[in-house]
Design a binder for this molecule. Structure first.
Ligand code: AMP
Length: 279
């Protein structure tokens, strides 16, 4: 497994793989890898013959009061996990991945606007910019993103479409803990008590799915049932709960089978958690 620290080193490794007739599958991450990330690696290895994982805690997607400096960075352990999973190349640039006086940004202006975009101003501008930089550094055939960050996935798809970026985007399902909690690098911030209470998030989403299966299709009814269930868990501070169209991310009044998503975000203590399901 090659560990590339600069764009030049990454390009050498990628060119060598291409000369050997390989296709490039790319998994961008911020490290602190867990089974959700590793499922993305497995998918990349099915979609392409050379798997590149980037590990970069991207400063530009964190707000001033967010957890950039305390974000966990267990780099050696990440490398071990990648090697065991068959990753070919790790790209782990330093902060100089952004040159001094970097001043060019990618701003998607529709699907990035509500939901997490409203709670985290500037977040998706940072995400779109770093992902385009990573794509330009790696030139992958295919890139894998998790559905857990469904708004991020929508922003990336839109950017790739609008800017003619020559990469195929593949979405991977959300990996969950046994009690349903979506796996996240941030789950390790939770106290044992908050960790136990965090199951309410996926329970609310599963209940909404069950109500839809039972015939309920009014978003207002589903949202008020979900809000009531969440307010029964006083430790959870809701940021938003929404039922939206999977393509436009605009709120819908009626659930359409296969194209509506319920999404939720909120805090347990200082830890911000997000989750979503197809309805
Ligand atoms: P992150 O390191 O949090 O930036 O995430 C890197 C990639 O892993 C993103 O495409 C995420 O959507 C994806 N991801 C994170 N958690 C999960 C999960 N529980 N299941 C599937 N994919 C995930």
């Amino acid at each position: 497994m090659v560990i590339a620290r600069t764009v030049a080193e990454l390009r050498l490794a990628v060119v060598a793989a291409r000369k050997a007739g390989k296709t490039i599958g790319f998994v961008p991450t911020m490290g602190c890898l867990h089974v959700g990330h590793l499922a993305l690696v497995d998918l990349a290895r099915r979609e392409a013959t050379c798997c590149v994982v980037s590990i970069f805690v991207n400063p530009s997607q964190f707000g001033p009061k967010e957890d950039f400096s305390k974000y966990p960075r267990p780099f050696e352990e990440d490398c071990r996990l990648c090697e065991a999973r068959g990753v070919d190349i790790i790209f782990a640039p330093g902060v100089d991945f952004y040159p001094a006086e970097h001043s060019t940004w990618v701003s998607e202006e529709a699907v990035s606007q509500g939901l997490c975009g409203e709670c985290r101003p500037g977040h998706f501008r940072g995400v779109a910019t770093v992902v385009l930089k990573l794509f330009n550094s790696c030139l992958p055939d295919v890139a894998i993103f998790g559905r857990k960050d469904f708004q991020q996935l929508a922003v990336i798809r839109r950017m790739v479409r609008d800017l003619d970026v020559p990469v195929r985007i593949v979405a991977a399902p959300t990996e969950r803990e046994a009690d349903g909690l979506a796996i996240s690098s941030r789950n390790r911030y939770l106290s044992p008590e908050h960790r136990a209470r965090a199951r309410v998030i996926s329970e609310v989403l599963r209940r909404a799915q069950a109500l839809v299966v039972a015939g309920e299709c009014h978003a207002a009814t589903l949202l008020s049932a979900a809000s009531r269930q969440l307010s029964d868990e006083p430790a959870f501070r809701l940021q938003y709960i929404a039922i939206i169209d999977a393509q436009t991310l605009r709120p819908v009044q009626k659930v359409t089978h296969g194209s509506s998503v319920m999404a939720v975000a909120g805090f347990l203590g200082e830890t911000r958690l997000i989750d979503n399901v197809d309805l």
